[in-house]
Design a protein around this ligand. Structure first.
Ligand SMILES: *[C@@H]1O[C@H](CO)[C@@H](O)[C@H](O)[C@H]1NC(C)=O
Ligand SMILES: *[C@@H]1O[C@H](CO)[C@@H](O)[C@H](O)[C@H]1NC(C)=O
Ligand SMILES: *[C@@H]1O[C@H](CO)[C@@H](O)[C@H](O)[C@H]1NC(C)=O
Length: 434
């Protein structure tokens, strides 16, 4: 069972190229050494279930943390947005955003995303309940949260809010500023994929030597290919943040002492656990509607099927991983898991809607800084170039997914923080229109 869960973790998180969890906690792996890992009290907020229907009075309890150690009376409020995973309290006291908070004397809030971790609106994950899981509902949660907290903490009506997030929650930070510009004055969006795309097969996955193999197009074989590719995808995405680095993988692949190419591949992929590739077993487990706080597979799969796609497929030409896991494989996983109505037409039209709602790469915002790392393949779905001074972009050479969010005191990352802090300073000094 342990193998099973472990492989599922690697597989599903890896297959979406989106592995922002270590030990199930949202982005926690970025925190290398906590400055002060004080356990702040877990707090609960009465949140609205359906923001799109005012007749529906149902509410639920959303988890959050507050860190007021830096706050001064006229200081701003900073909001760290939870993404697709359990929210770690460590973020309330750690990370680059906390350094900005100290500088600007901000009141810090960390909020968990609905349906992840312990923030469970319905107590289950049935497809019926998951209709309330969307980025749009999550943004409204944040809007409501900001309004209520401003009152609860007696914030001056001129107090400015700045949102922070990484990966999916980085996109949420930018979209929060887009949708509620009167409420949120600026956003720092790290490694944010703001373009939804069904088939995300980026050339960046091309690594080392080509691996040619003939494939039988069964789902199990697809899954096997996928789990092999996941290893590469994960390495490229996180590089220096994980034990395996790109150079290790390439050295192993290129070293003839390790045997035939297939053996070298095995050496890269091997770990203490066996390689799990039973498609039906994975779908069975995705169909489990029970809440396990540190588990996010079913919820995130649902969001990819209904909003984002983001399937790291083998459709790039030429694809080093063969054509073993085409986009159809992922779409079938959606319909096998959630029902036949979650088919290709549905997913394509949902992804189009997402881009229409938020503007995709043409997002029409001000006061948002987008930060990307050059070796993170996800930058392909993010804003990496701009001519608009109100939407600056920081493209960091040689860093991986969300690296800028960590407490990294290397000169390179300090320089990045200085730039970000310069933007935040500008936003906070703007005089608000009354
Ligand atoms: C693919 O499957 C078919 C039928 O199940 C089998 O006859 C064939 O040998 C397989 N091909 C490969 C390359 O494994
Ligand atoms: C795959 O998983 C399913 C469902 O858990 C199980 O019934 C089946 O025996 C497994 N197949 C293999 C080849 O392990
Ligand atoms: C961008 O947003 C501004 C302010 O909300 C609006 O006036 C403008 O028309 C929008 N531009 C486009 C291209 O949609």
């Amino acid at each position: 069972m342990r193998y099973y869960l472990f492989m599922l973790l690697v597989l599903v998180q890896g297959l979406y190229g989106w592995r922002i969890h270590r030990h199930g906690k949202h982005l926690e792996f970025l925190i290398k050494s906590g400055r002060n890992n004080v356990d702040l009290a877990e707090q609960w907020f009465t949140q609205i279930l359906d923001h799109t229907n005012s007749d529906d009075g149902r509410t639920w309890q959303q988890r959050f943390y507050v860190n007021d150690e830096f706050h001064s009376n006229n200081g701003p409020a900073f909001l760290f947005i939870g993404g697709e995973g359990e929210m770690s309290p460590y973020w309330a006291t750690n990370g680059a955003w906390v350094q900005h908070a100290r500088k600007f004397k901000a009141l810090c809030f960390v909020v968990e995303h609905r349906f992840y971790g312990k923030s469970q609106p319905t107590g289950d994950l049935t497809t019926e309940s998951l209709q309330y899981l969307s980025s749009e509902q999550a943004l409204h949660d944040l809007k409501y949260f900001i309004n209520e907290m401003s009152v609860k903490y007696g914030l001056d009506h001129n107090a400015k809010w700045v949102a922070f997030g990484g990966s999916y929650s980085g996109a949420l930070a930018a979209w929060l500023r887009l949708k509620f510009p009167d409420l949120v004055h600026g956003a720092v969006a790290s490694s944010a994929p703001i373009l939804a795309k069904v088939d995300f097969s980026d050339d960046k996955f091309h690594l080392c030597e080509p691996i040619e193999n003939s494939v039988n197009n069964s789902k199990h074989i697809s899954t096997l290919y996928l789990s092999i590719a996941s290893k590469f995808a994960e390495t490229v995405q996180y590089n220096d943040q994980l034990q395996t680095q790109i150079t290790n993988v390439c050295n192993t692949m290129n070293n003839e002492k390790n045997g035939e190419p297939i053996d070298r591949l095995a050496a890269v992929v091997s770990s203490d656990d066996c390689l799990y590739y039973n498609y039906s077993g994975i779908v069975d487990s995705l169909m489990d509607t029970k809440v396990i706080p540190e588990n996010m597979f079913r919820q995130w799969t649902y969001q990819t099927c209904t909003e984002f796609g983001f399937y790291a497929t083998s459709s790039a030409h030429p694809s080093v991983f063969g054509h073993g896991f085409p986009v159809e494989y992922f779409i079938e996983m959606c319909s096998d898991t959630f029902g036949q109505q979650f088919n290709a037409d549905y997913i394509n039209s949902q992804v189009k809607d997402t881009n229409r709602r938020y503007g995709g790469l043409k997002i029409n915002v001000t006061n948002v800084v987008f930060v990307h790392g050059s070796i993170d393949p996800w930058h392909a779905l993010g804003l990496t170039q701009t001519r608009n001074p109100e939407v600056p972009v920081i493209f960091i050479k040689g860093t991986s997914h969300c690296a800028d969010m960590a407490d990294d005191n290397s000169p390179k990352m300090q320089a990045v923080r200085e730039r970000i802090s310069g933007y935040i300073g500008q936003w906070l000094s703007e005089v608000l229109k009354q």
